[in-house]
Ligand binder design. Sequence first.
Ligand code: FAD
Ligand code: FES
Ligand code: FES
Length: 1342
Amino acid sequence: MEATRDAAVELLFYVNGRKVIEKNADPETMLLPYLRKKLRFTGTKYGCGGGGCGACTVMISRYNPVTKKIRHYPANACLIPICSLYGAAVTTVEGIGSTSTRLHPVQERIAKCHGTQCGFCTPGMVMSMYTLLRNHPEPSMEQLTDALGGNLCRCTGYRPIIDACRTFCKTTDCCQIKENGVCCLDQATNGLPELEEESKESLKLFSEEEFLPLDPTQELIFPPELMILAEKQPQKTRVFGGERMTWISPVTLKELLDVKDQHPQAPIVMGNTSVGPEVKFKGVFHPIIISPDRIEELSIIKHTDNGLTLGAGLSLAQVKDVLADVIQKFPEEKTQTYRALWKHLGTLAGSQIRNMASLGGHIVSRHLDSDLNPLLAVGNSTLNLLSKGGKRQIPLNDEFLKKCSQADLKPEEILISVTIPYSRKREFVSAFRQAQRQQNALAIVNSGMRVFFGQRKGVIRELAIAYGGVGPTIICARSSCQRLIGRAWNEEMLDVACRLILDEVSLPGSAPGGKVEFKRTLIVSFLFKFYLEVSQILKTMDPVHYPSLADNYVSALEDLHSKHHWSELKYQSVDPQQLPQDTIGHPIMHLSGIKHATGEAIYCDDMPAVDRELFLTFVTSSKAHAKIVSLDVSEALSLPGVVDIVTAEHLHGVNSFSTLGEPENLLAADEVSCVGQLVCAVIADSQVQAKQAAKRVKIIYKELEPLILTIEEAIKHNSFFEPERKLEYGNVDEAFKVADQILEGEIYIGGQEHFYMETQSMLVVPKGEDQEMDVYVSTQFPKYIQDIVASTLKVPANKVMCHVKRVGGAFGGKVTKTGIMAAITAFAANKLGRAVRCILERGEDMLITGGRHPYLGKYKVGFMNDGRILALDTVHYSNGGASLDESVFVIEMGVLKMDNAYKFPNLRCRARACRTNLPSNTALRGFGFPQAALITESCITDVAARCGLSPEKVRTINMYKEIDQTPYKQEIDAKNLIQCWKECMAMSSYSLRKAAVERFNTENHWKKKGLAMVPLKFPIGMGSLAASQAAALVHIYLDGSVLVTHGGIEMGQGVHTKMIQVASRELKMPMSNVHLRGTSTETVPNANVSGGSVVADLNGLAVKDACQTLLKRLEPIISKNPQGTWKDWANAAFDESISLSATGYFRGYESNMDWEKSKGHPFEYFVYGAACSEVEIDCLTGNHKNIRTDIVMDVGRSINPALDIGQIEGAFIQGMGLYTIEELSYSPQGVLYTRGPSQYKIPTICDVPTELHVSLLPPSQNSNTLYSSKGLGESGLFLGCSVFFAIQDAVSAARQERGLCEPLMLNSPLTPEKIRMACEDKFTKMIPRDEPGSYVPWNIRV
Ligand SMILES: Cc1cc2nc3c(=O)[nH]c(=O)nc-3n(C[C@H](O)[C@H](O)[C@H](O)COP(=O)(O)OP(=O)(O)OC[C@H]3O[C@@H](n4cnc5c(N)ncnc54)[C@H](O)[C@@H]3O)c2cc1C
Ligand code: FES
Ligand code: FES
């Protein structure tokens, strides 16, 4: 049928079972903003906008009239143009269940299994899981981890999410085989019997019995209207015209060819996972987009004599399924290329991207790190092209990959399909890749390799090798391969091959992406792996002719598998005497858990638009140190929708604010001191308009000297923040004189991005009278925001009210910079008399806000040969960035906490915060401790190596004794520290497993295991009495219901849940009778910052105080009518004019520190713990896998073990990220490269230790704290370094075997690059090295 063009089409699709008709569909609009702003489905969240975080996951369902099947798949709404949704059904988290209708079992279970903390990632998690269940109602564990691999969570550490989802899997009651091949139910070999079982310990944090069953018949049906539409749809091309872009969607192949012929430059958008990010992040603009919709020819799957032909329109997930099927059905020798492709499809991106991205889009995009193109190239694949002019075939070879014009598609051509030949007898294909993270991360280097042996045994007849990630395009080592033809497959050939290839695939020292030596090493390491793989097969095929592989080489062939997770948790059950309705000590679900899971929990940007609301965006500095010569906003101001641009000039007189000792400018005035500094703010009617205008602001800079980016540069220029901090105990210099040995060392610890899932968000609403201003903001410190806004507006604080319902993760990053941005937003709102909203995009957020301080630690340690440390002299340097922020406070905490669990009889520690031209670093969970204590632990490891002892032995020897004294002379009872250490030793079967690890290491050359255990002493306190005061307000209403308010912020840690537990215990009423709305400066004034692990401690004491005041007042009434209800008592009190409202107050913890005398009592109490981790590393690639972690923590008497364990695990995984994979990268000009989840890798579900045991120490002491509990927000983060030291242990084993006996200091994070390069071998020696100074590196260490 001849297709006709219908120019004025309405876009029709369904969302949550309701028809949506969009008359003016704009091709530039993505589904995410459409859902959130237009349809007001705010459950779907923005986390990155580039497909990398999964917060925006929805389910897309499409009906195929040919196969009569409905395909349900998960997709990232941020990359789906609404125009691509014609005829599709979209399901969001709101569509599957709600508190007002019924919950979906996924929603219920994720909440009840404590799988939500801040809840920002939860809707995305729920939708990924829901979609999996739509397709597989009883999924396997593989399918589960695969389905959740594209969803990031920064809070939970994933274990509870896995536990929740596992309840849907077929096998739920066992680990499904552990690393060592032993089942978890087999206690004897598990090593657990070493732990004395305590009868009081409970194991379950939730009860499966109460879960709603999953009933697939209850799900939303696919809209029949859409089926009819698909069946009877007239064959018409649809055109959607927006303001700048036209979307053409042909539905027949002929039409598609016609359209492409007319618009040869227009891209063919399939999954939009390549075009979308280019448009969004690189500013590419396409006036016309062609979207082939439902063209059957693009979805063919055809077997021919030569091979398999796959339609270019198939999604990568579909391709994976097809290949799995073919691999099963066909003999192995025919499916070599398919197996290799299938392997890479398992780790390529997350499930959402694999379901959206098309094979054709992948091939034609030709990304330099494409996982499939190297394999398709070595597999001799052919591209089947079509245009109006006819058919054509071209090879997918190196010329095509280099985009050589004679080998490329012509602009008017379409890729219809790709033919991938079957492999032949004696032909082998393999796939290799190494990324920063095992899954859902672009490869640093990947490779496809193929060899074909002819009749002559073991003689190479064909060889093809292609690499990704090592150049601007995929590179084929064609000439090297050619020269190896005719050679026998032996070590000599390997040696020659390595040298030839290193020569052909050469990388300059300044190559983009950095990691140059690592990449060079991977090039040859992969080749070696291929050599071994093929040799092994040849040997099996012909044992006579081929020597067998040495036993200890076999492990080089195995990948580090992510096996099934299993976990075990132990905590104390409550005293049987406790009243049944008293929930203290019970694992109560997070109060917002269900609302997180249904998408009903409201975050700042979920608030509906206020009348005439405006949007504000910042223009930031592109130079690290420069004078602003001119700032021209005229063009930007003239653009449609732009209302105003605020510069430093407008802020004259109020452009600086100081709370921490040094005034900081809100907007840059004459000079900029870092890239990402706020220069001006553009305010427009919409976000799109504001962003477009911001790009037109013209700033001319004159660069200034010196440019100080690194700690070393700061030291050289004497560029520090004052004061220096110093702590001294004993006599270090004298002690050095009597030590057996003295060693000096240093370690560098890289910074860390907060990566809260909710980016910085605020909405400021002028109330229109009396200069009142309401500030809704995602912050940890409303009082600070109130102060800075009031000061900027020159109004008293009582005119500015700051409200926080909840925060989608903060970790220390939502205080100082948030204040500056809120002040500017408020200034604009005040100036314009209109509400102004400001929501940072992920990239802006990462660029502007700074994070954890990078540290350089230097130490000199004197010790005896038996491992006793006599004296330690350390210096800490932190990279503070351009402004003071909390840098001095951070180094103070670092100094005070650096002793960790050890008694150093003579100690000196000095610390300096460096002033550099980087965005100001700030507080991040742990606040200096994770860096300072790592320096100390590294020193201990170093001492152990010198003494020939295990680090654990040296740790034990130097640990605090029961009653002892800290370096600042505060008394410490370390009984629980020693108890945690011993329990962790026992629980982890440390000795048995240490021996097993050593055995493994002797038997394996290319894989090594490591085991390490670290203790923890984390002091708790806020530094002063004033900083730890807290207040609460409790009202009792006449119906007997209670409203609680306090000064703490709910940012995922569950403080509101704990506060209701407190009120419920004190007032002896059920939790359901108590409500908490949020935090506001209106109800509790002058509240301290929420941070430092003490939010529940302090505010809980205030809530308790308020409740006790009320109870005291009401006691006479209650005793008159003891059987009465709260309603009766409240009414009686009202009648007797007794106030039913009380404030509660806690003065704070006494705290002091005299730095001059190195003496004080800065902390109230100590949290103790220990963790033991085991890892396996691949010495050839630098990959590592966390096999098992055991954690024992002393939490006092837990108020809520579910929340407390959640804090421990979440912090542990965040710490593991800090010390292993999270790596910030800066250009030599101070520009942050890592500005989103595609470049910066936080742990995902694949990084959770395969086995995780968490045990809470039985409470042993009563303390002054709230119900003898301990604050746990930060401490567990440091335990992540057990993984760091386990890797170091494995690396040491590799180095020792290779005869490298000198200890090697490994810096943090211990990335695949560092692991690989530390496992020196003939390949690391073989690569070319560049003379330092002979090139400009792509990135620098700051
Ligand atoms: C978060 C994220 C993670 C990722 N991780 C990985 C990874 O780990 N490994 C990896 O290899 N890749 C990864 N990718 C890249 C991904 O594989 C590609 O973006 C994807 O395969 C492109 O397919 P698409 O259908 O979305 O292409 P689109 O964006 O729709 O199109 C891309 C290009 O292909 C052209 N094109 C598409 N189809 C045709 C056709 N039939 N004929 C002619 N031209 C055509 C278009 O004109 C356009 O120029 C990732 C991408 C994202 C967003
Ligand atoms: S917001 Fe869509 S994937 Fe992050
Ligand atoms: S609960 Fe997952 S990001 Fe906060």
